[in-house]
Design a binder for this molecule. Structure first.
Ligand code: ATP
Ligand code: MG
Length: 463
């Protein structure tokens, strides 16, 4: 298979030499003469290896390595450097570069480092695929719930699953919209065909069109191959469009065409292709209101919303909380070596009494955190985050927790409570401090001071 290697160097001679050697070795070569333009090439999904000079005008190689590693952790970067800059090469290795090559080099040396980097690339790609598979199998977990509300939801899913009908799933964040969509697919005649999910808010707007429709070779700089979009990947199966409210106006009309005509053209092509795809869309926004504000096309809403399903908030189906908590505990404990198997009745009572603004996702995260802090075999009220227990706990419960946590004095205990409340608010707002501060009823500045005082490592918090 032809591999794509990006060469970043401002010297024309070097570009020519590297292109010659690499093309001779059978690779596809892309050239960038600055870090800035190289970052554009770094978006290319076919990219396998990057070779970069360190000294370049504009963005230097060191900064490029850091940014490239951040955007494409799956693509190894090799530093190509003169003797004088070995020290910087070593620094770049610390910043994530895979290897370095000193100038001048023999063609064989270049071939060997690239060959090794390609091996690494294959391992990284396999790793990404396995991780995606693990995540996906997590996503295919059974919809848990035995209460009336959950059974009604399952009933609706069963009713609509057998048909090709478009479905719009609405509901608050974390209520299980994606799981509902996946269950519809699993219960449909398309279950053996592809399930493809696209989160419209997670992909930068200018890339979303080619992600959805694919592109043909030459459609834009870096489009060195034809590439199938998600629509084509979903052929015969189901395409799940998550966060549909984030589609911009131009993509809304292009999607409308697909829904009406059942055909599309990849970016850069005039050729029309037919699609047989079932569409399921989801949003936590009020699409009707967005239509009134002129931000969402009404005709698109009607095409998507042939059948509506509302994923209910967890507080409207509290009866399922113990079963959900127990299911998550089993799943999560199996992933660790902890032998925690149950909750105490007091802990279950606290879980059932909490408001769950972050819904099932928050419950799952809470179980995960409690599992980590639990020392025995049963999760007790003292292992739960403070924000869960605080609003509902009785004075006796609090005292019991105070003693249980073994806090030496009231200050320590208050600090632990403060930390739990902040961690919880950050988890619920996925780390957005403005929102977390609002939830806690304090100013953003005050939140910032408390985070510093308590030495909370924001990037270690699990969202
Ligand atoms: N009924 C359920 N049974 C088991 N797990 C559930 C249930 N509902 C949600 N979950 C789990 O809760 C988490 C959040 O669900 P999901 O991602 O489907 O929510 P969402 O509504 O799509 O959220 P968002 O709006 O934030 O994207 C997932 O881990 C999912 O597996
Ligand atoms: Mg979702």
């Amino acid at each position: 298979m032809k591999r794509t290697v990006l060469v970043v160097d401002d010297e024309q001679n070097m570009q020519t030499v590297m292109r010659m050697v690499l093309e001779n070795a059978g690779h596809e070569v892309l050239i960038a003469d600055s870090g800035e333009s190289a970052l554009v090439h770094a978006q290319n999904p076919n990219l396998d290896v990057v070779l970069t000079d360190l000294r370049m005008p504009g963005m230097g190689g060191e900064e490029f390595v850091i940014r490239c590693r951040k955007e494409r952790p799956d693509v190894p970067v090799i530093i190509v450097t003169a003797h004088g800059t070995i020290r910087s090469a070593v620094k770049s290795i610390h910043d994530g570069a895979a290897d370095y090559l000193t100038k001048p080099f023999e063609p064989e040396q270049l071939e060997i480092v690239v060959h090794n980097a390609i091996k690494l690339r294959d391992i990284l790609r396999e790793n990404t695929r396995l991780k995606a598979e693990v995540n996906e199998s997590r996503g295919t977990k059974r919809l848990v719930g035995e209460g009336r509300v959950a059974q009604q939801l399952l009933e609706e899913i069963r009713r609509v699953a057998p048909y090709k009908t478009g479905v719009l799933i609405t509901g608050e964040s974390g209520t299980g919209k994606e799981l509902v969509a996946r269950t519809i697919h699993e219960l449909s005649p398309r279950r053996e065909r592809p399930w493809v999910a696209l989160n419209c808010s997670a992909i930068p707007r200018d890339l979303l069109e080619s992600e959805l429709f694919g592109y043909i070779k030459g459609a834009f700089t870096g489009a060195t191959h034809n590439r199938a979009g998600r629509l084509e990947q979903a052929q015969g199966g189901t395409l799940f469009l998550d966060e549909i409210a984030d589609l911009d106006a131009s993509l809304q009309s292009k999607l409308l065409r697909v829904l009406q005509e059942r055909e599309f053209s990849p970016v850069g092509s005039n050729q029309v292709r037919a699609v047989d795809v079932r569409f399921i869309a989801a949003t936590n926004r009020e699409l009707k209101a967005l239509v009134q504000e002129g931000k969402f096309r009404e005709d698109l809403l009607y095409r998507l919303d042939v059948y509506s399903i509302v994923a209910p908030p967890l507080r409207s189906r509290r009866e399922d909380i113990p079963l959900l908590a127990q299911t998550f505990l089993q799943e999560l404990a199996a992933e660790t070596d902890k032998r925690v198997t149950a909750f105490t009745p007091a802990a279950l009572e606290a879980l059932a009494g909490y408001a769950w603004p972050g819904n099932v996702r928050e419950l799952r995260n809470t179980v995960e955190r409690s599992l980590l802090s639990c020392q025995g075999t049963t999760i007790d009220i003292g292992d739960l985050p403070g924000a869960i227990v605080a609003p509902s706990a009785s004075a006796a419960g609090e005292k019991c927790k105070f003693e249980k946590k073994g806090k030496k004095n009231l200050d320590h205990w208050l600090e632990a409570m403060e930390r739990d409340a902040i961690l919880e608010a950050l988890a619920q707002t996925r780390g957005v401090q403005t929102h977390a501060a609002k939830k806690l009823g304090i100013s953003e500045r005050s939140l910032w001071h408390r985070i510093k005082k308590l030495n909370i490592q924001i990037n270690r918090v699990i969202y």
